[in-house]
Structure formats: structure tokens, C-alpha cells
Design a protein around this ligand. Structure first.
Ligand SMILES: *Cc1c(COP(=O)(O)O)cnc(C)c1O
Length: 366
């Protein structure tokens, strides 16, 4: 650990413990933030420097800051989990660090080292560990959601990669993402809007991808759906993913299929973990293209027995139905989403330290 590189300016206005405890009892998602934030600055001349943890608060940005105009921005999503002995851990952060560098390269931002990435989480948690909720039971999925992000902060309206960049980590206590736990969600199939195209930014975790998905999200809501599934831009045929989660299909014969990674699919850490844990469950993982026709026909014939979405925020969420312009696709063999539930339990047991971490997936933060 070398978090000493981060200087600490403690807040003089820390949230009072009773107020914090009140928030932690019912944090929702993304509504409350902790007392501090981590920060590292980058300039073309000096590289990365000025590692610090300072009081959480508004940023001062010039109205001409490049990020406000051209969206040169990337982010990550990581959770910190409190274990029964009070220690605080995070899950495969080296995967997020690596993906953050990949996103940075695509958005022409400077790469932050994996060491700086992981140490920034540790340095923030050293100050704000009291904000990590203590789960009341195994059904309590509360955690501290960590949001690292990088922005082009240079004051300049010309179009070129910024010469001044800032990296921050903020933290927000979080309850389960979807209320009602593993209740199946309805998903809208976007037939008009596309999330990503070959050669574009689909594989990068950048704000622009999310901005581009919001019109489809609005469409979904008018059809009574909470999420959007996107098809590929080239053929309008292949399943890619949701706006912020990867998709899995469970077949009756024990195969579990997820779309093969291309530059139009975000490589989820949860996706990768599910592919591994599925083998422990005796399933046969397959990464290959899967078409909307295969979904429709497999659902009708009973060949596909479950569909679920996965990501750090919502863990694993069963998909109950896919609503399309041509009507709704439901599973003929609709069951109780047993596979999704089993994988979900495996993942959560690991993350909360209730099962042995045989793969070295956990990193201690506090
Ligand atoms: C973050 C994200 C995911 C899920 O990734 P995890 O690492 O599992 O949290 C999936 N799709 C998109 C578009 C994302 O931005």
C-alpha cells in the first residue's frame, strides 16, 4: 500500500454520525455522498501529480472547460463491501483499473496507472470508511458505491485532446439497485436507436454512451420498461447489451450464452465473473453472437429457460419480458429464475466474504 502519496485535507464539516447512520439505513442509489473525495491532476508538462484526498464539494470549472463542450470524459463503477469482521473489501479492482486505461486511450485521455487507481480508492476509504454500510443480514445488499471519473478540465474551445485533466473518486452509500431484489424486469428493445457502432466508443465506459442511450430509455419508459436492450448497428440483428448491463441466456441443456466481446460491447467485470462462476455451477459458458431471432424462437420453444442482466450496480437481475415494436417476447418455460438466483448468491457470498475467495478476487481497502 502506498496511499501516503495522497496528501489529506480533512473536512471541517463532517456529517454528524447520527445523520450518517440515518442515511445508511436507507441510502437509495446515488443520492448521498461521503465527506471526502480523492483527486489527482494531470498536465501535459507534469503528468500525473498532486495526489490528494480533500473535502467533498463542488468543482470549480471554467465555463470553457473542454469536458462541458465535447464530452471528453470516462468513468468507472466499483463497490466496497463490509465483511462481518468489520473489514472493507472491493471486488477485482484491477479489472476496473485496466478498463479505465482502455477507456482513456479511446477518449484520448491520459492513462492512470493501476496503482494510482487502486490507491485512490484506498486513500478515500481511509477517511470515509464509516460510510460503508454494515449489512443487517445476508439479504441486505448495501455497499459503498465508488465512482472514479476523469474529465478534460482545460479551458480551451478548440477540438483536440485536453492538456489538463482531472481524476476524482467520489463515493455514495447504496442499497440494492432495483427495489424488490430479484424481481424480473421488463426490457424495451430499441429498434431505432443504437448504443454503439463498430469503431465507436461502445467498449469504453464514457458518459457519451450513456447520454446517447437516454432517448431510448425514455422510449422504454413509455412502454412500461425500466431498461433498454440494444441490437448491433450494422445488421440490426445481434443482441449486444443493455444501456449499462451485459446479458446472459440460460439454455435448457445447461449452456449459458453471452454475446462475444466486440468493440461495441462493454466488457463487464460482472460478466467475466459470471462466466467463471457458471462453470462452478456445472453450466457450460459460451461467448458467441446471439440474434434477436434466436431469443424469440428460444423463448417460444422453451429452449431458453432464463435471461438475465448483470453489472456491478444491480448484480444479477432476471429479465421477465422483452417488449418490442412487434409485441412482447416472454419465456414459454418461465420458471423461478433459479440459475440467476444461484449465480447471484455465489457472487454476493464472495463479495461479502461469506465464501472462500479461492481466485484472489477480493482486495482489502480498510
Ligand atoms: C458498466 C457497464 C456494464 C457493467 O460492467 P460491470 O463491470 O459488470 O459493472 C455493462 N454495460 C455497460 C454499457 C456499462 O457501462
Amino acid at each position: 500500500m502506498s496511499t501516503e502519496r495522497f496528501s489529506v485535507l480533512p473536512t471541517t464539516q463532517a456529517t454528524a454520525a447520527p445523520i450518517r447512520d440515518d442515511i445508511l439505513r436507507n441510502p437509495g442509489f446515488g443520492r448521498y455522498f461521503t465527506d471526502h473525495m480523492a483527486h489527482v491532476r494531470w498536465t501535459l508538462e507534469a503528468g500525473w501529480h498532486g495526489h490528494e484526498v480533500r473535502p467533498y464539494g463542488p468543482l470549480t470549472l471554467d465555463p470553457a472547460a473542454a469536458v462541458l463542450h465535447y464530452g471528453q470524459e470516462i468513468f468507472e463503477g466499483v463497490k466496497a463491501y463490509r465483511h462481518a469482521d468489520g473489514s472493507v473489501w472491493t471486488f477485482r479492482p484491477e479489472k476496473n483499473a485496466e478498463r479505465f486505461r482502455r477507456s482513456a486511450r479511446r477518449l484520448a485521455l491520459p492513462e492512470l496507472s493501476d496503482e494510482d487507481f487502486i490507491d485512490s480508492l484506498r486513500a478515500l476509504l481511509a477517511q470515509d470508511h464509516a460510510w460503508v454500510p454494515t449489512p443487517a443480514s445476508e439479504a441486505d445488499e448495501s455497499s459503498l458505491y465508488l465512482r472514479p471519473f476523469m474529465i478534460a478540465s482545460e479551458t480551451f474551445l478548440g477540438v483536440r485532446p485536453a492538456h489538463e485533466v482531472d481524476y476524482y473518486v467520489i463515493a455514495s452509500p447504496a442499497a440494492a439497485y432495483f427495489k424488490g431484489g430479484v424481481k424480473p424486469v421488463s426490457i424495451w428493445l430499441s429498434s431505432h436507436y443504437k448504443r454503439a457502432a463498430p469503431g465507436g466508443t461502445g467498449f469504453a465506459k464514457c458518459g457519451g454512451n450513456y447520454a446517447a442511450s437516454l432517448a431510448a430509455q425514455k422510449e422504454a419508459e413509455t412502454h412500461g420498461c425500466s431498461q433498454v436492450a440494444f441490437l448491433d448497428a450494422a445488421e440490426n440483428k445481434w443482441i449486444e447489451e443493455l444501456g449499462g448491463m451485459n446479458l446472459f441466456f440460460v439454455f435448457r441443456d445447461g449452456r449459458i450464452v453471452t454475446p462475444r466481446l466486440t468493440d461495441t460491447i462493454l466488457e463487464g467485470v460482472t460478466r467475466d465473473s459470471v462466466l467463471t462462476l457458471a462453470q462452478d455451477e456445472g453450466l457450460t459458458p459460451e461467448e458467441r453472437p446471439i440474434s434477436i431471432d434466436e431469443w424469440r424462437e428460444g423463448a417460444a420453444s422453451g429452449e431458453i429457460i432464463e435471461v438475465f442482466a448483470c453489472g456491478t450496480a444491480a448484480v444479477i437481475t432476471p429479465v421477465g419480458e422483452l417488449v418490442t415494436e412487434e409485441g412482447s417476447i416472454r419465456l414459454a418455460a418461465e420458471g423461478d429464475n433459479e440459475v440467476a438466483k444461484r449465480l447471484r448468491t455465489r457472487l454476493l457470498d464472495l463479495q461479502y466474504g461469506r465464501s472462500e475467495d479461492t481466485r484472489g478476487w477480493l482486495t482489502r481497502l480498510v
